[in-house]
Design a protein around this ligand. Structure first.
Ligand code: 13P
Length: 264
């Protein structure tokens, strides 16, 4: 398939690094990560660090994303930070990350509301989907992916879906060091794109970016970027190591150059 999608590398720092540590870490990253045209590098620090990093970061190299956001724009929702508050600071927001689904019991209905709120506020959602090991072993992977996609995107227009990002993150590969085989990722990505085509049409499915996430590091990234239809990676642990993360970004740049050459 020929497309104009840019490779995206997103670093999900999860609940790591205080504001001061995040600032120091960003300094190191900026020394190591080069400015590259044609790829997008997104950092997802904790919510407190978003504001100071937004002032500090080199916009030619990085964009910011939030790890979560609430769907009501304002109100009596103690402890929540809304998409309307995040919109001044971020381009992207994760929705439905498996840790939100499994530790905080967030369901597809909530993911759908958050996706809608993100889009309403001009933030691009990165909808995370993926099966547990039990579900994979029971042969339910496609069903789970279908349900999470259909529910998560249900209130968006085709154009909005095309501008969104889906991260395929098999739960069994997150933080375990047990990464998914490229064939498994390829199958899942093909399935996701076909579902989106079926639900939202060809243009949406060709424009939508699909990332892989789950124990991605500087050694296995190339195998994922070689997959037709894989538009980058959502990186957890390895995004907290500036050597590894900058190597991942370099791999993405080389892969993007190869893709661009093939297209021309
Ligand atoms: P790890 O890369 O640490 O497995 O985490 C993946 C992830 O959850 C990214 O959102």
């Amino acid at each position: 398939m020929r497309n104009n999608r840019h490779i995206m590398i997103a670093g999900n720092w999860k609940e790591h690094l205080t504001v001061a540590q995040a600032s120091i870490y960003l300094n190191r990253l900026e020394e190591h990560v080069k400015t590259h045209q044609g790829i997008e590098v997104v950092l997802l620090p904790n919510v407190l660090a978003l504001q100071p990093l937004s002032v500090q970061l080199d916009r030619r190299k990085f964009r910011l994303g939030a790890q979560d956001g609430y769907y009501m724009d304002a109100g009596a929702y103690t402890g929540e930070v809304s998409m309307a508050m995040l919109r001044e600071l971020v381009h992207y927001v994760l929705v439905g990350h498996s840790e939100r689904r499994h530790i905080f019991m967030e369901d597809d209905a909530l993911a759908s509301k958050k996706v809608q709120a993100a889009v309403r506020n001009g933030i691009m959602p990165i909808l995370c989907v993926g099966e547990t090991l039990q579900e994979r072993l029971a042969g339910e992977t496609n069903q789970i992916l279908h349900n999470q996609i259909a529910a998560g995107l249900q209130h968006l227009t085709s154009r909005e879906v095309g501008a969104s990002v889906i991260a395929y993150e098999p739960v069994w590969a997150i933080g375990t060091g047990e990464y998914a085989k490229p064939e498994q990722v390829s199958k899942a990505i093909d399935f996701i794109r076909k579902q989106v085509e079926h639900l939202y049409g060809t243009r949406a499915s060709e424009n939508l970016r699909i990332l892989y996430g789950g124990s991605v590091d500087d050694h296995n990234i190339n195998a994922y970027l070689d997959i037709d239809g894989c538009d980058g990676a959502l990186v957890g642990g390895a995004s907290l190591n500036f050597h590894k993360f900058s190597e991942i970004v370099e791999s993405a740049y080389r892969a993007q150059q190869k893709r661009t050459m093939r297209r021309n």
